[in-house]
Design a protein around this ligand. Structure first.
Ligand code: HEM
Length: 540
């Protein structure tokens, strides 16, 4: 009888902890403490009992029974609630996804979440419950209510992934975001970007030089375009090159960064895991990466470079206002945003652009014709006007969005109406760009690369809202113009100077197969072969 009472008390405590605590609010930041508490509850009674049974008065089997009652009832309460009573229960989706995000996590161990979500769309339709409190919406009509400038949706707990470090892209408070964004906007004004034209050309010419040294040999261009993206980012954002285009070797930061991105991207579907992994320091690279970021900012604070860089704008603002010390977490976060946001989208776009231009040489020929009219490779005003090149870049971003599964948002407390469907308040929502790009009711011949849909065949874009590679509204990308300048500069230099074909045995299969969705797209390898179009290196 006493034993029964003990089990009933433990079971009640389990149910109560769910209904009084776990069911309410956010707990991701406390995930490491919660895990530790559970470990203590599990281990401590056994330790005490092994020291002296008389202290607890319970045998090991009694303690086990007590624990099974507590954890069993907690889990059962969560499962029943999520399955039968949760506000999102009426949405279709995999049964296990309704119970725990761990299901999602296990389904994307290959970091190809965009394909997993695309499969769910085909099976369950436009609104799919992809987590206990998450609805993935595969319909363009969801974009304005979720991402539009008047939307009341906010960023979800995923954006706390570097907490207490914060950044413009991570800020969950609109006021914080808008304050930070105003400083970033100065750094990315048309006038400020013009200052970087020479840097971009110099780096594009380093790629050109690398290719001259490897004419008629298969080259994994993903590697070199990655070096271009990182070296440019280093100089433009904080006046330091990684020197990878010159050395031909990976800088250690690139290796650490890529490994970290894959881990972080994998855990996008269960943000609480990020904090557990972080606290356990499973991945030691994080510490050296953060130490490098800290050192780079400190070095930059004490230097006085000729050319203003992005971090310089943020340091100047901190010095003039609240002080570098007070803004430190923001400087760190924004610096890390430059490394991530300033490289990945540009690199993946360049790789896929070249894939399409080589697969369909007619488009490369049209771009080359446009290039003939240029008087300079680096004048961004002229490059902006290359109509067919721009159309090819847009079409590349449509088919291979840099954030294929979409940024995560939370609906406002009053909920959100999308056509006939009501999404309850405080629900995580996402609109995967990868799937929208493949909807025939948004784009005619949606799966095909047809740049003309952005120029002479505008009728092939049936729903323009479905195309938002840079996001939209207040959180839209601040680096769009810089990214486009980087892509255009490298494209004109390489297309004007080289004939480009697939290397023997290459057809893009590996590129598609090995491309990962780690929140942002990480492209697989692409092997191309170059031969000279012009007798001497052409530089204009
Ligand atoms: C041209 C290729 C690029 C694409 C397709 C792209 C895409 C995006 C997208 C989709 C977002 C929204 C993210 C979200 O909602 O979570 C974003 C935000 C952002 N991007 Fe980019 N990006 C590009 C280039 C760049 C570059 C070169 C930088 C330079 C550092 C940059 C910096 C940022 C920043 C700081 C934000 C946050 C803006 C805010 O919240 O106000 N991006 N980008």
């Amino acid at each position: 009888m006493e034993l029964l009472c003990l089990c009933a008390t433990a079971a009640s405590a389990g149910v109560a902890s769910h209904h009084l605590y776990f069911k309410h609010g956010e707990h991701h930041l406390k995930a490491p403490i919660i895990l530790c508490s559970f470990l203590v509850i599990t281990a401590l009674p056994h330790v005490i009992s092994s020291v002296g049974r008389e202290i607890t008065g319970l045998s090991t089997s009694h303690i086990l029974l007590f624990q099974v009652s507590f954890f069993g009832s907690l889990i059962l309460s969560i499962v029943l609630y999520r399955f039968f009573f949760h506000r999102t229960k009426s949405f279709p989706g995999p049964k296990l996804a309704a119970i725990s995000k761990l299901y999602h996590l296990l389904k994307v161990t290959d970091s190809r979440q965009h394909l997993f979500l695309d499969g769910l769309h085909r099976k369950y339709g436009d609104f799919v419950r992809t987590g206990p409190n998450e609805i993935t919406i595969f319909h363009p009509d969801a974009i304005m209510p979720i991402h539009g400038s008047t939307s009341r949706c906010t960023k979800t707990d995923w954006y706390d992934n570097l907490a207490p470090v914060n950044a413009v892209v991570l800020a969950r408070s609109r006021d914080d975001h808008d304050w930070r964004r105003r400083i970033w906007d100065y750094a990315f004004s048309i006038k400020a970007l013009k200052e970087h034209e020479d840097t971009l050309l110099e780096h594009a010419q380093l790629v050109q030089k690398t290719i001259y040294e490897r004419l008629d040999e298969p080259i994994n261009v993903t590697k070199w375009f990655e070096y271009y993206g990182f070296d440019v980012m280093g100089v433009v954002q904080y006046n330091q090159s990684f020197g990878m285009l010159e050395s031909g070797q990976n800088h250690w930061v690139l290796d650490v960064f890529k490994a970290g991105t894959i881990i972080l991207g994998y855990m996008t579907s269960a943000p609480w895991m990020i904090h557990i992994v972080d606290s356990l320091s499973f991945y030691g690279g994080v510490n050296s990466y953060l130490a490098w970021a800290k050192e780079s900012i400190n070095e930059r604070i004490h230097s006085n470079p000729e050319k203003q860089d992005t971090i310089g704008w943020l340091i100047d603002d901190a010095s003039k206002n609240s002080g570098v010390k007070k803004d430190w977490n923001w400087l760190m976060g924004d610096f890390l945003t430059m490394v991530t946001g300033g490289t990945e989208p540009v690199i993946s776009a360049i790789v896929f652009l070249f894939y399409h231009l080589v697969a369909d040489p007619a488009h490369a020929a049209l771009v080359r014709k446009e290039i003939e009219a240029l008087t300079s490779y680096s004048d961004s005003t002229q490059l902006n006007c290359l109509e067919h090149l721009n159309a090819c870049i847009y079409e590349t971003f449509r088919l291979h969005p840099s954030i294929p599964s979409g940024g995560l948002r939370m609906t406002p407390p009053e909920g959100l109406q999308i056509n006939d469907t009501f999404i309850p308040g405080c629900t995580t929502v996402l609109v995967p760009q990868y799937t929208l790009a493949r909807r025939e009711d948004c784009f005619e011949h949606a799966a095909e690369f047809i740049p003309e849909r952005w120029t002479t065949k505008l009728e092939m874009v049936k729903n323009r809202t479905a195309f938002m590679p840079w996001g939209m509204g207040p959180y839209a990308c601040v680096g769009k113009n810089l990214g486009l300048m980087e892509i255009r500069t490298l494209a004109v230099v390489l297309l004007d100077n080289f004939n480009i074909t697939f290397a023997p045995g290459e057809d893009g299969t590996l590129l598609h197969k090995k491309t990962l969705d780690c929140f942002s797209t990480i492209p697989g390898p692409l092997r191309l072969q170059f031969s000279c179009r012009k007798p001497v290196a052409n530089v204009i």
